[in-house]
Design a protein around this ligand. Sequence first.
Ligand code: THU
Length: 140
Amino acid sequence: MNQEALVEEAKKAREFSYSPYSHFRVGAALLCADGSVYTGCNIENAAFSPTNCAERTAVFKAVSEGKKEFVKIAVVGDDKTYLSPCGVCRQVLMEFVDPMEFEVIMAGDSDSIKVVKLAELLPESFSPMNLKNHVKKDIF
Ligand code: THU
């Protein structure tokens, strides 16, 4: 799926945003290596901290259905200018992807789109590789 189509999927997912507190709707669309796409929206909560961002909703949906190989994600905020993913979502993505390869397509309601590799958004990161000599489970 190309960049524009993935952004469109993220925009569709944004329609489902549950954001009664911020009124800031966010949508995301995650492309898996097998070609499948998982979408997500932000889901807010009256207690505030349980709020889940759109990107994490998409990742958690995918992982919970057995997908762990991802190619790129599109994220669309509620603004003309593009939305840059929060730090928590950057870290969650880092768990599953090669940051030098994985693309983050940041979009908004104008044509302003910015495409970067995850490594640019989270340099000097802490990742599963840092634990490779310490974990018993074979995740590498
Ligand atoms: N939000 C996202 O869904 N993704 C981001 O990367 C940034 C922030 C959501 C969380 C909250 O529901 C609203 O935007 C305002 O912060």
